[in-house]
Design a protein around this ligand. Structure first.
Ligand SMILES: [Fe+2]
Length: 491
């Protein structure tokens, strides 16, 4: 392995016992490029060609308040596979706020769990008081990696091959872009939404594969909402108005308290290039949904899979350190209980049907992106450690036969969201690998593993050493090299 290091960044972070600044959430500040990575076990397959990119949370400066893991600075980690050889690089996403704090030498913004007024400068996001940190999600579109923020911020572009900073994508609208832009690899379209505390409270947009805005429309809502994700089928996008959102009376006093309202879930079905008047709303059982898997059209129905939370406003977690009980409950899948779930929106009748697909707590799922918008057969979910936002394993579902297979990581080893990397010339939907970064708390190291989805429960077929231990985080993406270069992959 050949290793190159970038000059160090400025940090004011002090030693701490915060559960989300230690262990698998210990921030990594080192930025490196490593070539010809060492294999610990197995062999790097030569039948994938592309990159896996993961966004992680790495607090650089001493927090002004309580610190929530989603307040931290974005770092993209990329592993590139080509011809049976792998290389790695990681870079901070140098947002305007990151640069401002580098100049100031300390934190300028408070976080999600802090009272209004903690920030030293005007804040960003739907919340209005936060650092715009781009640390939630990452997609690849029009040859660029786009890093985004769940509270809506500027879409930051990086080169997906070398992680060079390319600045803010030119198409970002005034109200920002939420995490969970969707990319339709067959057309190259990027679909996005944003939300805010001012009317119309939501917008939806489409950027084509050349970076041109081909749709941007208001989606009027009854008030401020907290959507996190969206989904799309071949012809429609599905947005949501779920009954879990800020308490309006407290919001007037700038207190951001989440409440489950006595309202149904509502889903907005809009043609991909439609306007507000084209929206058809469907009602469903009240819940909150962090992530949807996919949607597709069948007869008069749009079928959408995602994770239905049985307990979207959990009680404070008793095992959490004092002052962090509320925050840690909202990060704990064992508390909010997300279940693999199917919604069917019938365009002929306007009615919704729902069906639970599995009773386990599962989330952070992936499908083969080649079938996104069309009928999918296989779903890959993660399991998590009770009490923690840490991934302990993976579950593959065959939704046609109802079978499932699982991989549980050894104690002290935690995975990352694991997208599907199709084999070159793949024959089937599950002909490829799940790719994940592992944080090994026992050894103090990190590695990349691949699970062959045709032999899922055999576990990783290769373990590749990363040059340093990474921090945990949220979302990730796989992009084939051909897709990076061409911006589209044919049907
Ligand atoms: Fe998310």
């Amino acid at each position: 392995m050949k290793l190159e290091r970038l000059p160090p960044i400025k940090s004011s972070l002090k030693p701490t016992n915060h559960p989300y600044l230690t262990g698998a959430w210990t921030p990594q500040h080192e930025q490196v490029t490593a070539y010809d990575l060492e294999v610990i076990e197995g062999a790097i397959p030569d039948d994938i060609d592309g990159v896996y990119i993961r966004n992680t949370e790495n607090q650089v400066h001493q927090p002004l308040g309580r610190h929530h893991p989603f307040d931290a600075d974005a770092m993209l980690h990329q592993i590139s596979f080509e011809g049976g050889v792998a290389s790695y690089r990681n870079r901070f996403v140098r947002t305007r706020c990151f640069e401002a704090e580098q100049i100031a030498g300390g934190s300028l913004w408070g976080g999600l769990a802090d009272p209004w007024g903690t920030s030293k400068r005007p804040g960003f996001g739907a919340h209005g008081g936060l650092k715009d940190n781009a640390s939630t999600d990452v997609v690849v579109h029009a040859g660029k990696a786009i890093s985004t923020f769940y509270q809506c911020g500027e879409p930051y572009a990086l080169d997906p091959e070398n992680l060079d900073q390319l600045g803010v994508a030119h198409w970002g609208p005034l109200d920002g872009v939420s995490a969970h832009c969707k990319v339709d690899e067959r057309t190259g379209d990027l679909l996005f939404f944003n939300y805010s505390t001012h009317a119309p409270y939501m917008h939806y947009g489409v950027i084509d594969r050349f970076g041109k805005v081909t749709n941007y429309t208001p989606i009027p809502l009854p008030g401020p909402r907290l959507p996190h994700d969206m989904s799309f089928s071949e012809r429609y996008s599905i947005l949501n108005d779920l009954p879990v959102f800020w308490d309006a009376s407290l919001l007037e006093r700038n207190i951001h308290a989440i409440k489950l309202h006595d309202l149904p879930s509502r889903f907005a079905v809009i043609p991909r290039y439609g306007k507000a008047d084209d929206v058809r709303w469907f009602e469903a059982e009240p819940t909150y949904v962090l992530h949807f898997l996919n949607a597709y059209e069948e007869g008069s129905e749009i079928i959408m899979d995602g994770y239905f939370q049985e307990n979207p406003t959990p009680k404070p977690l008793k095992t959490a350190p004092h002052g962090l009980e509320h925050m840690m409950a909202y990060l704990d899948e064992a508390s909010f209980r997300p279940k693999l779930h199917r919604w069917r929106f019938d365009l002929a009748t306007g009615k919704t049907k729902e069906e639970r697909l599995d009773d386990r707590n599962l989330e952070f799922g992936m499908i083969n992106a080649r079938v996104a918008g069309r009928k999918h057969r296989y779903v890959y979910s993660t399991t998590s450690k009770p009490g923690w936002f840490l991934f302990t394993g993976f579950v593959k579902h065959d939704l046609e036969t109802g079978e499932s297979w699982s991989v549980t990581l050894p104690e002290g080893r935690y995975g990352s969201e694991a997208p599907f990397a199709p084999r070159i010339n793949a024959k089937d939907e599950d002909d490829g690998y799940l790719v994940s970064f592992i944080i090994d708390e026992n050894a103090g190291t990190s590695e990349c593993v691949l699970i062959d989805c045709k032999r899922f429960d055999e576990g990783p077929v290769v373990r590749i050493a990363l040059p340093h231990k990474i921090s945990s985080g949220t979302h990730s993406v796989w992009a084939d090299r051909k897709f990076i270069q061409e911006g589209v992959i044919g049907a």
